[in-house]
Design a binder for this molecule. Sequence first.
Ligand SMILES: [Zn+2]
Length: 86
Amino acid sequence: MSDEDKELQLQVTHEFFHTAREIRKVERQVLAEQGVRAPEGPFCSFCNSAKGEVPVLIHGQGDAYVCSNCARIIGSMAKDENESQL
Ligand SMILES: [Zn+2]
């Protein structure tokens, strides 16, 4: 993979997680307006899903958490990276 491709992939990934967090934020606002209480933390550091909203939430270093959905996305990207180096 060229440096330009890597740069583009990083950008796309960044945008993806940013969008995922924005969606969660809007979702919470709408639910709050309907009187639904926001879920309790901890939240995934990547997509901002609460513990109860994802299959598994993995505790990373410090305050960092990653849910199994995001871990799979990150894992598949790392796999692509390895395959392209062969
Ligand atoms: Zn996540």
